[in-house]
Write a protein that binds this ligand. Structure first.
Ligand SMILES: [Fe+2]
Length: 275
């Protein structure tokens, strides 16, 4: 069984600062502790972008120091809040592949996992792939032959009918065309939206992990009017995705490492055999 963790949206700030009043450094520490304690049997973890809140060098330095705590191998990619040049300078040029993007291909336990860098400094926060990156993706899918493939990237691949729809992966139809050429795409997993959504786009199954930062309520467009300008945001929970996959099935659990709800007492769940 392949098991890996997806964490997203750290929005890390320099020490002593907060992001929207939230101590994202503390939340990252809690996420890392949680993974080390409860999921140190995972094959690896992916941190799916928005590592820094605004591409700050001091945030990447802080992140680099924290990475050493992790007990499982960790792969990184970037989101719209990241700065690729600053990231590569501080974390190391080896995080970029031959296309210059922070992409990775992992072949493990009968699967191919493709991690895609959808960040683009010129889109104002939306995701975008160059044609060269789509060509690269096509070649990696072709190489995979019959292997099941799981893709992880920062941006969501279709509109969710919420306020952030203008920030999705811009060239999503071209992306879907390439991805659809592979016969066994198990899941496309993203962060970015700070909420859980699952569904399909042009037949491609996807889900999003709420991630490490604040959560956004999915305030939807009503039939009678436009999407409300203000959305409710909650400080918790902080959440990871846990991917479990074998030859037949792929399951993604969303697990909260921070949650205000109490764990219910065991006495409420006493199992009584039937007569
Ligand atoms: Fe984002």
């Amino acid at each position: 069984m392949l098991k890996f963790i997806v964490l997203a949206d750290l929005h890390l700030v320099p020490k002593g600062e907060t992001s929207h009043s939230i101590d994202t450094g503390e939340r990252m520490e809690k996420a890392f502790e949680f993974v080390n304690t409860h999921h140190n049997d995972a094959d690896f973890m992916v941190i799916a972008g928005d590592i820094a809140d605004h591409g700050e060098p001091a945030a990447y330095e802080r992140f680099k120091d924290a990475l050493g705590q992790l007990k499982i191998p960790t792969f990184l990619t970037l989101g719209n809040h990241d700065n690729r040049a600053t990231f590569l300078k501080i974390l190391g040029a080896e995080h970029a592949d031959e296309t210059g993007n922070v992409n990775h291909v992992i072949d493990m336990k009968g699967h191919r996992i493709i991690i895609l860098d959808s960040s683009d400094p010129d889109t104002g926060g939306a995701g975008r792939f160059e044609q060269s990156q789509l060509n690269w993706l096509q070649s990696k899918l072709d190489e995979a032959k019959d292997l099941p493939v799981i893709i992880v990237l920062h941006h969501n691949i279709t509109k969710f009918h919420v306020q952030t729809d203008f920030l999705i992966l811009q060239d999503n139809a071209a992306f879907a065309k390439v991805v659809s050429s592979h016969r066994d795409i198990r899941q496309v997993i993203s962060g970015h939206v700070h909420m859980n959504v699952s569904g399909s786009y042009k037949g491609i199954p996807f889900c999003t992990v709420a991630g490490c930062h604040y959560n956004i309520e999915p305030t939807l467009q009503s039939a009678s009017g436009p999407i409300p300008a203000r959305v409710a945001r909650r400080e918790g929970p902080g959440q990871i995705g846990i991917v479990l996959s074998n030859e037949d099935s792929t399951v993604v659990h969303m697990q909260n490492f921070l949650d205000g709800n109490d764990v219910m007492a065991a006495k409420h769940f006493v199992w009584k055999p039937r007569d």
